[in-house]
Every structure is written in structure tokens, then in C-alpha cells.
Design a protein around this ligand. Structure first.
Ligand code: AQP
Length: 339
């Protein structure tokens, strides 16, 4: 029985600018896990971004912007490994092996693919369909044991466990690939769209008004929260009163996550308050928390060479962990390493 080193891996795809959902559901929690008992590896997953068409120049900018977002939020490249996926080719190599382990039936159950492909499933890229097996490779290439993600990625982490199990079983490889744990915690594991509380806030959502971008200024943030869809009722006395009020619940959860208290505590502070009081308070809080991050992001974005140098160094460190695991995988699978 192998004991795997406690190791965290997670990533964000540069398919647009970072949103408050990415921040609260992922990056803020990545920062919390840094410097604890884990080795932490964070990745800008550019190969995932291109599963949907990306303008090449925009992709480069978005890759650096996501890296800047990590650093400005508190990911310290001397404490965590920070890199972009395409620079460690072992991700794609292990991804191919996992394409041969994962079953088509498993992929057909992935709800994110169904949501993204919609009625257009015949026309989307093969890469979008195979995305979860590349994600499994991202995680298992480092023998990661813990994967902090938002709620929407839970199914993909579960698939990663299925791929690890099937590989270990089919190749009689013991517990070579660990069964990683998804870590989905806090009040903002699924930040919802500001115009429709039944949909997730996404980078690539149609309207800019439905999301808070990490680069939005104070005026924009205030305007977006002011226009956020709600209902006519004031905030209730207890959290139960937010049942069937998805937009209201979302704003309370965002407030709780930004101020690092429970949703119950928010409700007890604002019980009976109308939106005219709550929304400006939420906007002020968001500006207070996000402004220092967006200012630092803007400063970093003026120095793309510095960002690239950080990513290059991180890629080397990541590669040093990944290569022995990939080579051992080749041996297990029976691929002759002739050079
Ligand atoms: N709305 C959200 N609430 C909480 N967590 C979220 N995450 C994304 N949206 C929310 C988490 O952020 C991490 C990175 O996600 P990703 O960028 O790799 O992919 P995604 O989940 O597909 O993000 P988007 O913003 O919806 O991108 P597009 O629109 O391009 O598909 C993950 O941990 C995710 O859970």
C-alpha cells in the first residue's frame, strides 16, 4: 500500500476573464490551502480553454490574466507551483492514455458537456467531449490527493477517481494513481448568474451584466449588483426563508463568502432589510475585497514578461514531478521507452 504525499492540484481555464465565481469558488480557497500540510500545484489550463474556439491573441492575454489573478489573490510562486498546462506536455500524453481507459458511456453522463454542447452536440469539438479525461490527467499526473473545486466540477473529479480505479485495476497497478478527494467547501461553491439565479455565473456567459469580473471597477460592481435580479420581498428572519428564492440566496451567499461568515450570520444582521439597503452594502463589501486584487492584477498585466518568467519556472518544477510519474505510467502500460 503506497502512502501518497498530501498534494493539492487545481486549475482555471483562460476562456475569458476571471469572475467572482472563479474567485470565491476556487482561487480564494486555493490561497487558504497554501502553506498548510499540502504541497500546492495550481495551473492555468490553457489546453482546456481551446476545447472551445479562442482567438489566439485573446487567449495569450487571458492566460496571463488568470496567472495575474492567482498571484494578486495571494498565490505565492515560491510556496506553490504556478504554471500553464501547455508547457508541461506530459498532461496531453497522460490525457491520451486516459482516453484509452475512460469509457464512452462515462463521458456521455457528464452534465457539463451536455450543458455546453446543448443541441449542438454534433458540431462541438472532440476535445470538449474528452475534456474530463484530460482533467483526470492534470490531477493524476501529480498524484494529487486533494482537488479544491466549485460544485460544477464535482462530477469531473468523481470521474477522475473512476479513471484512477480502472487504470489501477486493469494494469494491476495497486494504488499507483490515488483516489483524489474533491474539496468543495464554504458558502460560495456555486455562485449564480446575477440575472438568473438558476444558472451558474460563468466567464463566457452571454451578458457582462450577469457576472462580476475580477477586473470590474467600483462603479461597474455597484451597477451590476444594483441591477441584479431579486424579488420584492425583504430579507427573511431565517435562512429557511430563502428557500425558493435563488437570486436572494445567491446574494446572501456571496456576502457571506466575501466577509468570511456564515449565511446565517448575514441573515441575522440583515433580517427584514430591503434590497435598497442590502445591495449597496454588498457592493461596498465586494469593492473593498476585490479592488486591491484588481489593482495588483492591472500592475502585473503591464509586465507580461514577469508573468511568463513565473510560469516558466513553475512549469519546470511541475515537469520535475510529472516526468517520473509519466515514465512509470508508460512502464505499467507496456510502452517501450527506447530512448
Ligand atoms: N460560478 C461559480 N461558482 C463557484 N465556483 C466556480 N467555478 C467556476 N465558476 C464558478 C470554479 O472555478 C474553477 C475554474 O473553473 P474553470 O474556469 O476551469 O471552468 P468552469 O467551471 O467552466 O468556469 P466558467 O467560468 O463557467 O468558464 P466557461 O464559461 O468558459 O465555461 C473550478 O474549480 C470551478 O468549479
Amino acid at each position: 500500500m503506497t502512502t501518497h504525499t498530501p498534494r493539492v492540484f487545481s486549475g482555471i481555464k483562460p476562456s475569458g476573464g476571471l469572475t467572482l465565481g472563479n474567485y470565491l469558488g476556487a482561487i480564494k480557497r486555493f490561497v487558504d490551502m497554501q502553506g498548510q500540510e499540502f504541497e500546492t500545484i495550481y495551473c492555468v489550463v490553457d489546453l482546456h480553454a481551446i476545447t472551445v474556439w479562442q482567438d489566439p491573441a485573446v487567449l495569450k492575454d487571458a492566460t496571463r490574466e488568470v496567472a495575474a489573478g492567482f498571484i494578486a489573490s495571494g498565490i505565492d510562486p515560491s510556496q506553490s507551483i504556478l504554471f500553464n498546462q501547455s508547457q508541461v506536455p506530459a498532461h496531453a500524453e497522460l490525457g491520451w492514455i486516459f482516453n484509452c481507459v475512460a469509457r464512452v458511456g462515462w463521458m456521455n453522463r457528464m452534465t457539463q458537456f451536455k450543458d455546453k454542447a446543448g443541441k449542438n452536440a454534433e458540431q462541438v469539438s472532440l476535445g470538449l467531449y474528452a475534456y474530463p479525461s484530460l482533467m483526470a490527467a492534470d490531477i493524476l499526473l501529480y498524484h494529487a490527493t486533494h482537488v479544491p473545486v466549485g460544485e460544477d466540477q464535482k462530477q469531473h473529479v468523481e470521474l477522475t477517481r473512476d479513471i484512477a480505479s480502472k487504470f489501477n485495476h486493469d494494469f494491476k497497478a495497486g494504488d499507483f494513481f490515488p483516489l483524489c478527494e474533491p474539496i468543495i467547501e464554504g458558502p460560495a461553491t456555486r455562485v449564480m448568474n446575477l440575472r438568473d439565479g438558476t444558472k451558474k455565473m460563468s466567464k463566457s456567459g452571454e451578458s457582462d451584466m450577469e457576472r462580476i469580473n475580477m477586473t470590474d471597477d467600483a462603479d461597474k460592481i455597484a451597477k451590476k449588483f444594483k441591477k441584479a435580479k431579486t424579488d420584492p420581498e425583504p430579507l427573511p428572519e431565517t435562512l429557511d426563508g430563502l428557500k425558493d428564492r435563488p437570486e436572494a440566496r445567491n446574494l446572501v451567499d456571496i456576502y457571506a463568502s466575501l466577509s468570511e461568515v456564515t449565511p446565517e450570520a448575514v441573515i441575522s444582521e440583515y433580517a427584514g432589510a430591503g434590497w435598497g439597503r442590502f445591495k449597496p452594502a454588498l457592493a461596498d463589501l465586494a469593492v473593498e475585497k476585490l479592488a486591491p486584487i484588481s489593482q495588483e492584477m492591472a500592475r502585473l498585466m503591464k509586465k507580461p514578461d514577469e508573468i511568463d518568467a513565473i510560469l516558466a519556472k513553475g512549469s519546470e518544477k511541475a515537469d520535475a514531478i510529472a516526468q517520473p510519474i509519466l515514465q512509470k505510467t508508460y512502464d505499467i502500460v507496456g510502452l517501450v521507452r527506447s530512448r
